[in-house]
Design a protein. Structure first.
Length: 597
């Protein structure tokens, strides 16, 4: 079987060792690349027009239309992130038309490019065929109902992975221009989501300092290493400053910089525990932890006492796990436990990476001439691990499914890298028991990858189909701006009925306002104006005077229609609404109020 162990010089395999100049793919190397593009196009193409995230349309797409129409974020409306996603989608809609499909086409391009970047990083660290493994894992964990949602990280993931590539280029060549390029890509991440950009800048700085301080023999004296780290870090920060500085300069030129900073400070002060979504309960890990422990103990006993059946045992364990996880209607405890365990996988990988790197460093001799040997082995883990950690930190304080799926690509890459590194050690251990230790080690390394793939299919693909293996989302929408989008029958009725009620009771030049997050999508779907400076009533960072300004507008009857959900119990707000409006319809869980004549 093919050796997937990381070659000592493979980080620069697609570049010339002297100058880092690129070379062409050979036909053999092009096949895995074409497989990546084909699989990604197929998987993303299957769901590009299926499902619609109404709150995300309201939060990220409706404000982009306001930008397209000439409004400025932070001055004319409040937005909790840096404005990259608004600028991008405003440009797309101005070029291709204001529709949900326009947004999805843009997302398709970014997600395809990100998966190609993931493949490129993986092949740099292993081989062309082995690089298909993290690609397959990423497509298994494509996300259910969150694939084509305009979250900022959906766009910035491409630049995060490019940042890893540029950092690996620097690690191979030592040329500072790659650090400048890495800083530029981190700046682009910052343009889409400020907190992830800052996390990445810290991670890149840490990678540079570790490499220059502990992974180089060129500067034997500690002060010299610190000085070298500072110089190299300056290049990365300079690249970041180019993008971030251009963004701030443009925002300042529009006269909204102070408003943006004021809003961000207000946002930071309010975004506390009350907004947090915790990780799944540790108690949910019981079934999967017990199962894995039992399988490991039995496997160890088989290895010691019946080595001939060991490989068959590993295969059967994976098969039975697939049956337990994929057959509908059975094993709810183990299914839920496997899903919960996924949320704890990244912290476990970070801890394992730290332990592996520390053990390697301690095991190597401490002389400076041996630092480079240690870094060649540990460097890729350090770089990928730090960038994956920066992506993972986006989950806090909101550790929900949507955040989890979005940050997975670099985490999956780290998992594959650790397994790849562990195969040789496992093979050495198996030599005392098995006639084919390398094959058994590869099989054991493939087992957790297969299990992760199976859980991904269970959580991300199975829910898309009914009992007859037909897509659940196959009902077309009648709303003009949602043409070509397919949703479930229940969601189609809700969207079409509410859109029809808005069309029948308001005109395009009139305002509407929704206190319910789902209703905010109809600013965009119906092309109606939002009378407030914010898109969600319950969003953080909104000052009390801003909320009161909206209530005053409701008291004056400025919005033609107002929506509230059935579970909305704020009596003060309801008094404002009832004094000026009357209920005309109930669509799903939303109550539609029209202005009194």
């Amino acid at each position: 079987m093919q050796d997937f162990t990381i070659p000592r010089v493979s980080v620069g395999k697609e570049t010339d060792s002297k100058n880092g100049q690129g070379r062409r793919f050979t036909p053999k190397e092009a096949i895995p690349f074409l497989i990546t593009v084909g699989l990604a196009s197929l998987c993303y193409g299957l769901v590009i027009n299926r499902g619609m995230g109404l709150p995300i349309l309201g939060y990220n797409v409706s404000p982009a239309e306001r930008v397209m129409l000439g409004e400025a974020p932070y001055r004319d409306f409040l937005y909790n992130y840096t404005p990259g996603v608004l600028w991008l989608n405003a440009l797309l809609m101005k070029s291709l038309g204001a529709s949900v499909m326009t947004i999805n086409v843009g997302l398709f391009a970014f997600k395809l490019a990100a998966l190609i970047a993931l493949f490129h990083v993986a092949r740099r660290l292993t081989s062309d065929m082995a690089a298909l493994i993290p690609v397959a894992l990423a497509l298994a964990w494509i996300g259910y109902k969150v694939v084509f949602r305009a979250y900022p990280t959906q766009y910035s993931m491409l630049f995060l992975l490019l940042g890893i590539i540029f950092m690996l280029n620097y690690d191979k060549t030592g040329k500072a221009r790659w650090l400048l390029m890495c800083g530029l890509t981190i700046g682009l991440v910052f343009l889409f989501k400020q907190n992830v950009g800052v996390f990445l800048l810290v991670s890149a700085t840490a990678a540079i300092v570790i490499r220059e301080s502990l992974g180089s023999s060129r500067q034997p004296l500690f002060p010299a290493r610190i000085l070298s780290s500072a110089r190299k870090t300056a290049f990365c920060w300079a690249g970041f400053a180019v993008i971030a500085g251009a963004m701030f300069a443009y925002i300042a030129n529009t006269g909204t910089l102070s408003a943006m900073l004021d809003h961000f400070f207000s946002l930071a002060g309010e975004y506390g525990e009350k907004r947090a979504i915790a990780l799944p309960s540790v108690r949910l890990l019981g079934p999967v932890t017990g199962a894995l422990l039992a399988v490991t103990v039995i496997g160890f006993m088989a290895l010691r006492n019946a080595p001939r059946v060991f490989e068959y045992y590993v295969i059967l364990a994976v098969v039975f796990a697939a049956i337990a996880l994929l057959i509908p209607g059975r094993g709810f405890a183990i299914k839920n436990s496997a899903t919960a365990a996924m949320f704890y996988l990244p912290p476990a990988l970070f801890a394992l990476s730290l332990a592996a790197v520390a053990w390697q460093f301690r095991s190597s001799r401490r002389g400076a001439e041996h630092n480079e040997d240690w870094w060649k082995s540990a460097g890729p883990i350090v770089i990928v691990g730090l960038f994956a950690l920066a992506a993972y930190l986006e989950m806090y304080p909101r550790a929900d499914y949507a955040h989890f799926v979005r940050m997975l690509p670099p985490v999956l890459l780290l998992l594959f890298l650790l397994i790849d590194r562990g195969v040789p050690a496992l093979s050495t251990y198996f030599e005392r028991y098995l006639p084919s230790p390398r094959r058994a080690a590869l099989l054991c390394g493939a087992a957790p990858i297969a299990l992760l793939f199976i859980v991904g299919i269970k959580d991300n693909w199975q829910p898309r189909f009914d009992a007859s293996l037909r897509f659940i989302e196959q009902t077309p929408l009648a709303v003009e701006r949602a043409r070509g989008i397919l949703v479930s029958r229940k969601q189609a009725k809700f969207i079409d009925d509410l859109a029809a009620a808005i069309e029948a009771n308001s005109s395009p030049d009139e305002y509407i306002f929704s206190f319910a997050p789902r209703g905010t999508a109809f600013y965009f779907l119906n092309g109606r104006k939002n009378p407030s400076r914010f898109v969600w009533w319950r969003s953080v960072g909104i000052r009390s005077e801003e909320r009161q300004a909206l209530l005053d507008k409701i008291a004056s009857g400025i919005p033609k229609l107002v929506f509230v959900s059935e579970g909305f119990h704020n009596e003060r707000i309801l008094d404002y609404i009832n004094a000026r409006y009357h209920q005309i319809e109930a669509v799903g869980e939303l109550k539609v109020y029209d202005r009194n004549q």
